[in-house]
Write a protein that binds this ligand. Structure first.
Ligand SMILES: Cc1ncc(C[n+]2csc(CCOP(=O)(O)OP(=O)(O)O)c2C)c(N)n1
Ligand code: SF4
Length: 597
């Protein structure tokens, strides 16, 4: 990797013995005292903490995950409704809200929804009534919710509306590492990207105000390390929830072309104001330094990593970006005064690419992921930042020997394992025996030895529709393997297509009665799958139930073979509870946990 020399002999790295574990460092702020000058607009210019909490007043200290801090910040900022479809690394936002006293008392409504699109639309409906609402999802969930995401920016909001999206660079639990900031260019709305847990707490209050001031939705972007690492936060006083009220101009919500053109023009007009507000935002700060041979722009958690690797003698200007659109005046200050600029950002080279397109005077040399000074793919780490700045190796903690590394695998006794064995026997060797188009869930682990039962896995819902497309081209048997939650998330519409086209596909719904992959959230259509399939038009004779259990193996193989032979759509529901949720349920009933006192 290329690096940028920042030194005239002395080390810039902290001399202390700060340890770095998995790229997560402590949350204690390194204060960058003079030679930095404080930027007037930001009273907190060198600390990691935004100056604004929901309201000044009594506060308490808590140790929270980034996701939990965001949820607490939203509750304290007057949240009334929170909807989500689970997905790592975003799930804990809604789990925290669901556990809150506000939900228990009925003051806040919160639900897991069928998918991310329905989550965002429900939050938009809540906002229509003047309440503050939010929808949370993982980055690929925003693809599913892209339609309401882009169009709610045109229709506008009444109560504040937040879309919290957790990106997963390095693909720890995802099929890609797309950067949600790219969606800002489609929806033309602002985004807040916290650098640490305290900012994650402060972000909802700030973003709700922004949302209500401009009547647009606001994106809050997190990434895995911040979502899943703990830090101490200081809470502020709670803001009361908005009263019920309907919009004064309800026609805005009808995006017929004639009305949408007006709304779109207004949104475009707002862009300059969004940029101005970014320049003034407490989430964006400029810290000047005397050595302008290099300036650094650090976005979101990258700012935290930067503070971890530089010491008090640091001499180069730093621009922290935590609110978008890009703060142009602050960026211009750097481009006009620094010879070269290093851009540190988690995800895509979003800011870097934009800076390359900005007319600047004189044109500084921009370095970052596109130039190889920072790794082009994967998570940013303090070490990657140190490498880019030629600061040498950081002290690192020995990895703990307690959790032994092991490859992912289905749990012993998992019902999906039995379904995989049934499919292997019923179909025989692939591809001669047919193709199993799979979906995303625990059962995707059926791709690994010893099962090797599935042949594809692309995105949620793709199993049924890919099987249908392949069957139409002559593939037989074309089998789709899909979980109960993935089926209600995005398989239903594909099944309707299969019925309408009388597709020769066999759909196996592995119903473990939960969303196991993300920790056991409730599945949307518990015990109603057969009725739903019949309602969509599948003949009752070809909606079969099996129990995926070793003692039923021979019967199950027979059922699969019979349905493969049926020249139309058939559904086999393989129902047996996930052993993990069954265990948790048994433990709860033994300890009385969760029951009334
Ligand atoms: C668009 C999108 N949203 C969320 C996820 C995260 N996710 C992957 S599979 C899955 C659901 C799994 O539940 P189910 O289909 O019932 O299978 P199980 O894990 O219970 O076997 C979720 C929420 C994702 N990968 N993509
Ligand atoms: S969590 Fe449940 S569904 Fe997932 S592998 Fe384990 S037993 Fe199977």
């Amino acid at each position: 990797m290329r690096s940028i020399s920042t030194r005239s002999g002395q080390s810039n790295r902290p001399s202390g013995s700060k340890a770095y574990v998995n790229g997560i460092s402590g949350t204690d702020a390194l204060s960058l005292r003079p030679p930095y000058e404080a930027r007037k607009l930001s009273p907190m210019s060198h600390s990691r903490r935004p100056s604004r909490r929901p309201q000044e007043g009594p506060s308490e200290t808590q140790l929270l995950l980034g996701n939990e801090a965001l949820a607490q910040g939203a509750l304290d900022a007057g949240l009334s409704a929170a909807y989500a479809y689970p997905g790592t690394p975003s799930t804990e936002i809604t789990e925290y809200v669901l556990r809150s006293p506000e939900v228990a008392s009925g003051d806040v409504v919160s639900h897991w929804t069928a998918n991310e699109k329905t989550a965002l639309e429900a939050a938009l409906g809540a906002s229509y009534t003047g309440r503050r609402a939010m929808a949370s999802m993982k980055h690929v969930g925003l693809n599913v919710a892209a339609d309401p995401f882009v169009n709610s920016a045109i229709a506008g909001v009444h109560g504040g509306l937040l879309i919290n999206v957790a990106d997963d660079p390095s693909m720890h639990s995802s099929q890609n590492e797309q950067d949600s900031r790219v969606y800002l260019d489609l929806a033309l709305i602002p985004c807040v990207e916290p650098a640490d847990q305290q900012e994650a707490y402060a972000a909802p209050a700030h973003a709700f105000e922004l949302s209500e001031r401009h009547r647009i939705p606001v994106l809050i972007r997190l990434t895995t390390r911040l979502s899943h690492s703990r830090g101490t936060i200081t809470t502020g006083q709670r803001r009361p929830r908005n009263p019920f009220s309907l919009p004064a101009d309800p026609k805005r919500y009808i995006v017929l072309p004639a009305l949408a053109r007006v709304s779109y023009a207004r949104l475009v007009e707002c862009q300059a104001e969004f940029v101005r507000e970014s320049d003034e935002s407490p989430f964006n700060r400029y810290a000047d330094g005397p050595d302008r041979s290099l300036g650094i722009i650090a976005c979101g958690i990258a700012y935290g990593y930067l503070l971890d690797v530089v010491d008090e003698g640091w001499r180069h200007p730093i621009l922290k970006i935590g609110q978008y659109p890009i703060p142009e005046a602050l960026v211009r200050r750097m481009t006009e005064t620094c010879d070269r600029i290093l851009i540190l950002e988690e995800g895509y080279p979003y800011v870097e690419a934009k800076l390359r397109g900005l007319p600047t005077r004189p044109t500084p040399i921009v370095h970052g992921r596109l130039t190889g000074h920072v790794p082009r793919t994967g998570e940013l780490t303090p070490q990657a930042v140190a490498d880019a700045l030629e600061l040498g190796a950081l002290p690192s903690a020995e990895p703990s020997s307690i959790p032994a590394p092991r490859p992912p695998a289905l749990c012993p006794g998992c019902p999906h394992a039995d379904t995989c064995k049934v499919l292997n026997e019923a179909l025989g060797p692939r591809p001669e025996g047919g193709v199993v188009f799979s979906d995303i869930g625990c059962y995707t682990l059926g791709a690994l030895p010893p099962y090797e039962s599935i042949d594809t896995c692309v995105e949620m819902g793709a199993s049924i529709t890919m099987a249908k497309g392949a069957a139409a081209m002559g593939l037989h048997p074309a089998v789709a393997l899909i979980g109960d939650s993935t089926f209600t998330h995005s398989g239903l519409t594909g099944l309707l297509d299969c019925v309408n086209e009388n597709a020769h596909v066999t759909i196996v719904i592995v119903d473990n009665l939960t969303i196991a992959m993300t920790g056991g959230q409730p599945s949307s259509a518990k015990d109603r799958l057969a009725t739903i399939c019949a309602g969509l038009g599948v003949a009752w004779d070809h909606i079969r139930s099996i129990e995926p259990h070793p003692r039923r193996h021979a019967d199950n193989v027979r059922v699969v073979r019979e349905e493969i032979a049926h020249p139309g759509p058939s559904v086999i529901i393989a129902q047996r509870e996930c052993v993990q949720t069954a265990r948790r349920r048994a433990r709860k009933s033994l300890t009385g946990e969760g029951s009334a006192p």
